[in-house]
Ligand binder design. Structure first.
Ligand code: HEM
Length: 429
């Protein structure tokens, strides 16, 4: 009897929907819990393994939630090129909802007129090049403050610092300044008021204790406006300390182009291709949101011959796509040179093998900000400080395990010793 119920359940799940064609293939699922035991502690990794077996477009059942997992650049291209609008909904978990239902913030809003209004405000008032240019000094101040604190730490001797903490406070201040700056918001204006309300909602949302009411395992899918930046910076530093050749090369670039007498400035970024390649390589191997933010099908659609039912959740495994050996040479190697070749890929959502900010309508609106902050913050620290591992730890002994958190952070916080760099780097070293 039980067997019968179970077979009915799985068959019902796998082979419907008769009216609209077949669901993408996937592993057999259990009654009630579906494939939940196949999720594991590292869902991006377990889903990548399942995709090897079931293919780059795959159905999983998380409880009763139909989830379509996309694990190749080919399928991602089809999603964003041909089905962007219909798959632009958001799968919302209970705790993501604010007091205004799920319409509170840009991240959680469904794809509708409310989202369009927020998106327009965001892109025209917030992340537009002229505004970003005008806020350059604010960013420089925040970075300067971080450098000052690092300088104090360096001065106090050879104590290792928790690198992620410095980045976190810098990023928090920076985004706080961006959102709450008087220049940005004019409280007399109705538009300013509305913007302020929604900006606060984004911040509030980021601080919510959590999302995990439905399935605790999905907790880490909850994105946070500062955590993405912190995660990227911490991984970049960790990979550099783990790969001394790359560290030396990027420092050489910074010190030869900028010289020892001044700090790095934002305008230097365009002349630092290797630094930019280091950031890209970090985002390829360690995308802070390994599944983007869950999308939802607002209607059923046909994708590469399979039926995607209305209201299914869509997870794009950018972590797996960034490590796909069919696309990347030696994918597990931290090798920024791959991004130095002519006509190299960028993260603007056009090259589907590399989409750490997503693509299409729901793509991260803060990408233009991140593409300034990440190289400036990392470059400043590498230009002005040398970095040592504590306790005689050798680069090859570092623990590079990914941890499960809100974003894909390092499991073990990176500890390193900053040593103030003085004088020009000996280029013959
Ligand atoms: C390393 C830095 C960052 C990365 C890699 C990143 C990545 C992403 C990704 C993958 C998404 C989801 C795209 C999708 O659903 O398809 C997203 C959405 C979003 N990000 Fe970022 N992000 C970063 C920094 C930031 C920052 C600093 C802010 C705000 C100040 C921000 C604000 C947002 C917002 C509001 C959305 C929701 C957009 C929407 O749903 O329409 N992000 N981000």
């Amino acid at each position: 009897m039980l067997m019968f119920v179970w077979m009915g359940w799985t068959m019902g799940r796998h082979h419907h929907d008769h009216d609209h064609g077949e669901l993408p293939p996937g592993p057999t699922c259990w009654p009630v819990v579906g494939n939940i035991f196949q999720v594991g502690w590292s869902p991006h990794e377990s889903f990548a393994k399942l995709a090897h077996k079931h293919g780059p477009i795959m159905t999983l059942w998380l409880g009763s939630m139909c989830t379509v997992v996309i694990s190749s650049s080919h399928v991602a291209r089809d999603m964003f090129k041909n089905h962007d609008v219909v798959l632009a909904g958001r799968k919302i978990y209970e705790a993501m909802k604010g007091d205004q239902g799920n319409e509170g913030s840009l991240v959680t809003s469904q794809y509708n007129s409310h989202w369009r209004m927020l998106k327009r405000l965001c892109t025209t008032e917030f992340f537009v090049a002229t505004r970003l240019d005008a806020m350059r000094d604010v960013r420089a101040r925040c970075i300067h403050r971080m450098m000052h604190l690092m300088e104090e730490a360096a001065h106090s001797g050879t104590t290792a610092v928790d690198v992620g903490r410095f980045f976190f406070f810098m990023a928090f201040n920076l985004i706080g300044n961006l959102i709450f700056s008087k220049d940005l918001l004019d409280s007399e204006m109705e538009r300013g008021d509305r913007f302020y309300y929604h900006a606060v909602k984004v911040m509030e949302y980021a601080g919510k204790p959590n999302v995990a009411d439905y399935l605790p395992i999905l907790k880490w899918l909850d994105p946070q406006g500062t955590d993405t930046t912190t995660s990227t910076m911490e991984w970049a530093m960790a990979e550099l300390l783990h790969n001394p050749r790359v560290l030396k090369k990027v420092q050489m670039e910074l010190r030869s182009k900028i010289g020892p007498d001044r700090n790095m400035e934002e305008k230097d970024i365009e002349n630092l291709p290797y630094l930019q390649a280091v950031i890209k390589e970090t985002l390829r191997l360690h995308p802070p949101l390994p599944f983007l933010v869950p999308h939802m099908a607002t209607d059923s659609c046909d994708m590469l011959g399979y039926n995607i039912p209305k209201e299914s959740q869509i997870l794009v495994n950018v972590w797996a796509i960034g490590r796909d050996p069919k696309v990347w040479d030696a994918p597990l190697l931290f090798w920024p040179e791959r991004f130095m070749e002519p006509n190299t890929v960028d993260y603007k959502g056009r090259h589907f093998e590399f989409i750490p900010f997503g693509s299409g309508r729901r793509m991260c609106p803060a990408m233009p900000l991140a593409s300034r902050v990440l190289p400036l913050a990392l470059g400043s620290l590498l230009h002005s400080f040398d970095w040592l591992l504590p306790d005689g730890l050798k680069p090859e002994e570092m623990d590079m395990t990914e941890g499960m958190g809100i974003t894909l952070r390092k499991a073990l916080p990176l500890k390193a010793i900053p040593v103030r760099y003085r004088g020009p780097l000996n280029l013959n070293e």
